[in-house]
Design a protein around this ligand. Sequence first.
Ligand SMILES: [Zn+2]
Length: 337
Amino acid sequence: MKKLLAIFLSLTFLMTVCVAASADAQDETTFGAYKHVYIIGVDGAGTFFENDYMTNFHRIFENGAVKYGARTETKTDSGPNWTSILTGVSYFKHGAENGVVGGEQKRVFKRYPSIFSYVHNAMPETELASINNWGAINIGIVEDDIGVTKISIGPDDATVDAIVNYFNEGHSPALFFTQLDEVDAAGHAHGSASAEYEEAMKAADERIGIIYDCLEEKGLLEDGLFIVTADHGHKETGGHGRFSKIESYSTIAVAGKTVVSGGEMDKDVKLRDVAAISLYALGVESDEWSFTARVPGNLFQDVKGKMRPYYRDIIDLICGEIMWIYTNLGHPFDEYF
Ligand SMILES: [Zn+2]
């Protein structure tokens, strides 16, 4: 009897080890499977990528994974969300407002390492680039002393020209980020229900296509992960910063050789997860205590979806979830606070 029990326990132990080993082996096929990650940020575009007129977007992500219900941070402004996207840290922790990101010290803002820092620390020799229309990102979020090529130039056509020039010079950065600004400007001036906003989205779509085709032509997409996202949406009448669904739902779209074709990702997807997705693709660990981004499921083949380490950020867990329920209830008390 004892012998039988011993054999049974040994078999169970062996099976556990084998399952654990195969899980690891599976993860290894996608962890670090990329040499390049490109993040294209369209300010204020929310989930408007969904529209049929976004022909380049739909062409690029035909075999990609797209999440239209990705959650912004609780404050639906650019400073809070670009900071979270580029650090994997919640707004409740970093506290970055638009003005703070641009250099004005309006309130307590703790600078957390950006994903550029993580990549630089893991691969000190690698090229990194951040080419944006909204110059604040290169002042307040992306570090100065880690060799990132920073260009801040607008309007969006000039931003895209600078990007194409950069790649024409023969650069091949491990991590590349850009932010286009004119959809947000159209949203503020005319609202997201306007013809002007639609025109701005179409122009952004053209620009996404130009950047994508430029990379493809140079063979930089073969080992590249291409991501399109937005920091927040826009009210029909224009503006953002509060809790409505049209402000608080956004997009993460991912294309690459190990991405689940037609994958819609799992439920708990936040914009800050772009940080985790990028580091995971490049094979860089992110064990900072402040880091609460996760790799969603149904995004990379063989990856079930990592748990969000909520225990690291209890305020985000409690306040963020309460506010998310409030958003989905239709934000009934907005006028009172
Ligand atoms: Zn705005």
